[in-house]
Design a protein around this ligand. Sequence first.
Ligand SMILES: *Cc1c(COP(=O)(O)O)cnc(C)c1O
Length: 356
Amino acid sequence: MSRFWNSLVSKLEPYVPGEQPRVQNLIKLNTNEHPYGPSPKVLAAIAGQTNDNLRLYPDPTAQELREVIARRFGLTAAHVFVGNGSDEVLGHAFHALLKHEAPILFPDITYSFYPVYCGLYEIAYKAIALDEEFKIRVQDYLPDGQAKAGGIIFPNPNAPTGIAQPLTQIERVIAGNPDIVVVVDEAYVDFGAQTAAGLIARYPNLLVVHTMSKAYSLAGLRVGFALGHPDLIQGLDRVKNSFNSYPLDRLALAGAQAAVEDQIYFEQARDAVVRSREALTRDLQSLGFVVLPSAANFIFVRHPAHTGESLASALRARHILVRHFKLPRISNHLRITIGTDEQCNQLVAACREILK
Ligand SMILES: *Cc1c(COP(=O)(O)O)cnc(C)c1O
């Protein structure tokens, strides 16, 4: 607290990112990073940009990158917005598109950045309870004739549960709310869910948000993007150009473009993570863990005989970091990022020892 802070800053409850430890010898399964590095073509493209041109500003419109992304989804560059990580893209979406007179809706158990943006942009929200199986109940997001919503946002697959919704259910939410923007945060979609990007041509109220941090293994580069009707993209552009005209630097533009262009590497690395996820799920189930069905690069688990906190600290003592949320309904769960097979095996061995 400082008397120099304005009243908004005094009230903020900022997001707390997962720990990025300074020591080297930890098995880091706490922030959903990819266990394998990015494509060698990405590294070469970045190296190719480390030259005198760094004295020049990058392209403020990121035109080439937006065209490459657009092609991949069968859209045009006018349907694509890029930002400094999808957190920034999401922040602009809250600022530009979700701020309305009525509260916006998102699940009670979801990405914990959403309520933080609401605090920053002074947006009212209503957290809608997931059902007992931690699934989104679609009918809760359809207008009931009384309470109006100002916008809707949810991840698919949801985080931190990893549970995916079929596209038909997501389309019901979008079609049922034609007068407000529905944001589908597809940070993990490539690991096993269906993207809603194909619905953009039919629904001008749909914004699909992707990150290159997870499936593209570029968390350190900070690139995210949104896909939607050009009117929505222009709204995001207005905010961006009133805030920071150059969110992506030259290295990020080059690396991100090379990553999207190397779909073969992308799919191989992604498939390896999915195989490890299935193996880790079986191994932990055989130790008595309850594992939610995951379509992401993490699993959400609990053990009936142990608290989440005690398991997380016992793993930490064995140099394994996982994510534990001290939140209602999920305080006995752990979110475990899928690592390499060796890291997963070390995790299973540690769990076996702890449960003994
Ligand atoms: C990781 C994550 C993001 C943010 O990704 P960045 O592009 O690294 O900012 C957004 N939404 C969800 C649900 C995530 O898990």
